[in-house]
Design a binder for this molecule. Structure first.
Ligand code: GAP
Length: 438
């Protein structure tokens, strides 16, 4: 049943242009995915909503967009060169490697050798940072890493941001961008990829236990509320605190927000109390003083950091699973209009009647500058409705012969399938209301 739902979502993603396997015509590349026309819109809406909430509407957070490639010492300072590793075992028959922490994959692999006794090497630590080379002369190229998390680009700019803005502690720095990990076993569609995107805020506070607890609790609630506000079902979300032995090397406290995925509860964002780990280490490794001077008290200190780190791709995957709905004769995505790729679709009732097409085209052109608007004049009207339902378009507008006479159109709402007749002026008002909620 769970596999079934996953297969249906994957198939819809391909069929309707949300997600395609990366470089598919060459046989793909494990752990990479390409977003198609609808997927790219959905992803942009998610990131725009996040940015608006975090940066535009708040006085205490500013945004940056740092480089993916960084001086390699960054990753020694952040601890990733030493600690960003997974235990790996190798099958002695075919030399394929698996994460020692994934007994299910190991068992499945053993079964693939049909009756042969499979032996494994002892677990060895394998660093998942992705290495590449920069430079123009082949044998003098320097190794650098594609960032394993987007976080370091924020911390190394801490001083630059403080010196170039009027921001005062407590304050945050937000960023959205790609991260890369050489995951041993990518899988569950986009859930575990080798290239993915993150949306993070590093929130700097005074180094005091009470402040740490206060802001950690604040961000937990803030993030859960946000996911509920973009339409995720409450019963499919939960917090999970990390045990002492599973926290990342930088974290004093960590809680995940998990989704009830078809394969079990799974993390898609984390709230981490990183203490002074990053700024202290970057001070040590760069020789730059990363302390903050409180102008009111004249105190200098290395701030603590409460981080919220969300996966864009995982959030998107869970939004798709959460909104996937089947009825007797149709499939639809019950996406919050805020997040839906298209806000409205416009159809002439019949695609082969120039007078209807002309009128419909005029309305389409009027809507287009204000809303992401779809156009469809092929096939029968029922099929056009269902095609929009499958990509989650909240409203479909049909132009018929009456529209030519009285400037009214039929508007159909996705979830209820209810249709009403309204004037073109009211249509724009109705859709604007949708936009204002964003
Ligand atoms: N800066 C903290 C950090 O990177 P993380 O828990 O390793 O923490 C944060 O990652 C989020 O990034 C995860 O909750 C997940 O949504 C996303 N993420 C991590 N690894 C991923 C992968 N291999 N594929 C897709 N998303 C991933």
């Amino acid at each position: 049943m769970a596999d079934d739902l996953m297969q249906k979502v994957i198939s819809l993603c391909k069929r309707r242009g949300f997600v395609f396997p990366g470089s598919e015509i060459y046989g793909g590349l494990g752990g990479t995915w390409d977003y198609g026309p609808t997927g790219a819109l959905l992803k942009k809406n998610l990131k725009d909503l996040w940015w608006k909430e975090m940066v535009q509407l708040r006085d205490d957070i500013v945004g940056v967009d740092a480089a993916i490639l960084m001086n390699p010492t960054t990753w020694e300072a952040s601890g990733h060169v030493k600690s960003f590793a997974e235990p790996l075992v190798e099958c002695k028959i075919c030399h394929e490697r698996f994460s020692a922490d994934k007994p299910d994959s190991i068992k499945e692999h053993e079964e693939s050798h049909k009756g042969k006794k499979v032996e494994w090497t002892q677990p060895k630590q394998f660093n998942i940072l992705v290495k590449t080379y920069l430079g123009v002369i082949e044998d003098q190229k320097k190794p650098v890493y594609l960032r394993g998390e987007i976080t370091a680009g924020v911390h190394v700019n801490f001083k630059n941001v403080v010196d170039s803005t009027r921001i005062k502690i407590p304050f945050g720095i937000a960023q959205i961008g790609k991260a890369f990990r050489n995951e041993i076993t990518p899988g569950n569609f986009t859930f575990r990829s080798r290239e993915f995107e993150q949306m993070e805020v590093q929130f700097y506070i005074k180094p005091e236990e009470s402040e740490g607890k206060k802001w950690f609790t604040y961000w937990k609630k803030n993030r859960m509320d946000w996911y509920l506000s973009i339409g995720m079902k409450k019963e499919n979300l939960r917090f999970r605190d990390h045990e002492d032995n599973e926290r990342a090397h930088y974290a004093k406290m960590a809680t995940d927000i998990e989704y009830k995925a078809p394969w079990g509860w799974s993390e898609f964002m984390g709230i981490h109390h990183r203490g002074d780990w990053d700024l202290k280490r970057h001070s040590e490794y760069s020789g730059e003083d990363m302390s903050y001077k409180d102008q009111a008290t004249n105190e200098s200190f290395i701030p603590w950091d409460i981080e919220t780190s969300a996966g864009v791709d995982r959030s998107l995957l869970f939004l798709l699973i959460d909104s996937y709905t089947e009825e007797k004769e149709r499939i639809y995505l019950k996406l919050d209009p805020k997040i839906a790729p298209y806000k409205v679709a416009v159809f002439p009732l019949l695609g082969n009647k120039p007078e209807l097409t002309k009128k419909a085209r005029g309305i389409y052109e009027k809507l287009k500058p204000n809303f992401m608007t779809a156009w469809d004049d092929r096939g029968n009207i029922g099929k056009r409705y269902f095609a929009q339902d499958e990509i989650g378009t909240p409203y479909c507008v049909t132009i018929d012969y009456q529209s030519l006479e009285d400037e009214t159109v039929t508007i159909r709402e996705r979830d209820s399938k209810k249709q009403e007749r309204i004037t073109v002026a009211d249509l724009i008002k109705k859709l604007k209301k949708l936009n204002d909620q964003n």
